[in-house]
Design a protein around this ligand. Structure first.
Ligand code: SF4
Length: 165
C-alpha cells in the first residue's frame, strides 16, 4: 500500500490514498492544511502540531495517521475524593488508565491497570506506574499494589521498592 508523508519538522502526517474514502472531514476541519486540488495536497506547515494531531484522529477511514516514532504521549492525573487515576493518551487518543484509592493519608492502593489492545506492547502500563511512583515519592507516601500488573512490576524492579507498602 502506498503511503505518503508530509512533515512540518515536528510531526509527520502519513496518508494512505487507497484507504481514503474522500469524506472531506480533513478539509472541513483544517482547510488551511488540506487542499485536495493542489500538489502536495497536504501542507502541514499551516497549523500547529497539536492541531494536526487532533485532526488526524478524526479521519474516519484511517487513511491519515501520525508517524509512530513521533507519537506524542502524555499522562493525566485526576483525583476525586479518595480515588484517582492516571490516564495515558497517545496523540490525544485514550490509550489506558491506572486507578487507585487512598487508604488513609500515608498510602494508596493501585487496584486496576488497563491498556487498550491497540496500544499494547508500548510499555504504557509501566509508564503509568512510574508516574504513580513519582507521585508517591513527591508526597512521601507508599503504594500498595493490589492490581496484579502493578504487583508484578514491583516484584521485578527493585529500584521502586522504596515506595512499596
Ligand atoms: S478525513 Fe480521511 S478519509 Fe476523509 S478525506 Fe480526509 S483523509 Fe480521506
Amino acid at each position: 500500500m502506498i503511503t505518503k508523508e508530509y512533515s512540518n519538522g515536528e510531526v509527520t502526517i502519513l496518508w494512505k490514498p487507497e484507504k481514503c474514502i474522500h469524506s472531506g472531514i480533513c478539509v472541513k476541519t483544517l482547510p488551511s492544511v488540506y487542499h485536495p486540488k493542489e500538489k502536495p495536497w497536504i501542507n502541514p506547515n499551516n497549523a500547529s502540531s497539536q492541531e494536526l494531531i487532533n485532526q488526524v484522529a478524526k479521519c474516519p477511514s484511517g487513511a491519515l495517521s501520525i508517524k509512530k516514532s513521533e507519537a506524542m504521549v502524555r499522562i493525566e492525573q485526576v483525583e476525586n475524593n479518595n480515588k484517582g487515576r492516571f490516564s495515558i493518551y497517545e496523540n490525544e487518543e485514550f490509550a489506558g488508565e491506572m486507578t487507585y484509592v487512598w487508604a488513609g493519608t500515608s498510602k494508596f492502593i493501585i487496584d486496576h491497570t488497563l491498556v487498550e489492545e491497540k496500544f499494547g506492547g508500548k510499555k504504557y502500563g509501566h509508564k503509568m506506574l512510574m508516574k504513580a511512583v513519582e507521585f508517591a515519592r513527591e508526597k512521601g507516601v507508599k503504594i500498595l499494589p493490589l492490581c496484579p500488573f502493578a504487583k508484578a512490576q514491583f516484584e521485578k524492579n527493585s529500584s521502586i521498592a522504596d515506595v512499596r507498602y
